[in-house]
Structures are given as C-alpha cells and as structure tokens.
Write a protein that binds this ligand. Structure first.
Ligand code: AMP
Length: 177
C-alpha cells in the first residue's frame, strides 16, 4: 500500500462518532471523493492491480460502492453492476439475505446482471465485519460469476472481515488496526 496515498486519504476522511448508531465511529469518505486529485489517485490505485486481470464486470455495493466502483469500471474498460438494498431494482431480481448484529438485511441484483463465468471485481468503500461483502460474493456466485478480486478504500482490520471475502484477497488502500 503506498503510504503517501494512505496518509492523504486518512487526513481527508472525517470521523463521525455515534453515527448512524451509538458506538459506531463512521468514516465519512465524502471529502476524499470531493477532492479531484485525491479521487483520481484513489481510482488509479484501486484499478491498477486489476488492469491485466481480464475484469469484465465491476460490482459495487450500494451506495458508496457505486461511486468508487463506477469510476473503477470506467478505468478498467469493464461494465458496472449495482448491488442494491431490497426494493430498489425495478425488474426481476436475485436476492441474498444476511444477518446483521441486530436483525438482518438483504442485497439484490437484476437476474440478468452478470453472465455465468464472468470475471467480477467487487468494490465497496469500507470492509468492516465483512458481512456485506460476503453476502455480495454469495449473490455473485449465484450467477456463476468468478470472483476475480475485491477492492475497498478502507479496512477496519480489528473487525476481521478479511477472511469473509474469500476467495478474493482484498486490495485495501487504508487500514485501521
Ligand atoms: P460490514 O458488513 O460490517 O463489513 O460493513 C460494511 C458496510 O457498512 C459497507 O457498505 C460500509 O459502507 C458500511 N460501514 C461499516 N462500518 C462503517 C464505518 N465505520 N464507517 C463507514 N461505513 C461503514
């Protein structure tokens, strides 16, 4: 991980205590994507390792994964597939339910979003417990996709989500230990 870029990202991120729930330290990335040079460098760094990997589709998780994933898809010459929260997609969907600390949630994609065997790169802003990314991978595997990689701007390493995104060894630009 290039340390100069990691420290630029770290000093741009705004920490918001107790959002959206008490006890959560929310890492707000909007200043990162609002800074033209930093956004460009982040997208370049998140795309570079995958340039020769034959990525056909970038799948981004709602909502900040759309911003990063869309730009990465354009940089790679790949298509983009939105992985959405329930009830947002207008046509027939594939759905995966997953457990949260309190309750459950689900992710959906259109039934024709990914072709069998497609090489997919999964993108989101934060890898925390890994539950969201694991559910997204399960969803993509329902299509018969090949998970060619996973990329996150931030990893909250103390939550040990990394092991849940197997088989991908995720690319991360900034890690909080
Ligand atoms: P998890 O399923 O625990 O890995 O959580 C990952 C999802 O929740 C990602 O889509 C993140 O955008 C969001 N998320 C989790 N923790 C944080 C945090 N501390 N700050 C910002 N977003 C977070």
């Amino acid at each position: 991980m290039p340390d100069a870029l990691a420290s630029r990202i770290a000093s741009s991120i705004r920490d918001v205590p107790d959002f959206p729930h008490p006890g959560i330290l929310f890492r707000d990335i909007t200043p990162v994507i609002g800074d033209a040079a930093l956004f460009r460098d982040v997208i370049r760094e998140m795309s570079a390792p995958f340039q020769e990997q034959g990525i056909e589709v970038v799948a981004g998780i709602e909502a900040r994964g759309f911003i990063l994933g869309g730009a990465i898809a354009a940089a790679l010459g790949a298509g983009f597939v939105p992985i959405r929260k329930p009830g947002r997609l207008p046509r027939a969907r594939v759905r995966v339910d997953y457990a949260l600390e309190y309750g459950s949630d689900a992710l959906e994609a259109h039934v024709d979003a990914v072709s069998p065997g497609a090489r997919v790169l999964l993108v989101d802003d934060v890898l925390a417990t890994g539950g969201t990314a694991a559910a997204a991978i399960e969803l993509l595997q329902r299509f018969g996709a090949t998970i060619a990689g996973a990329a996150f701007l931030i990893e909250l390493a103390f939550l040990r989500g990394r092991g849940r995104v197997a088989p991908a060894d995720p690319l991360v630009l900034l890690r909080y230990d």
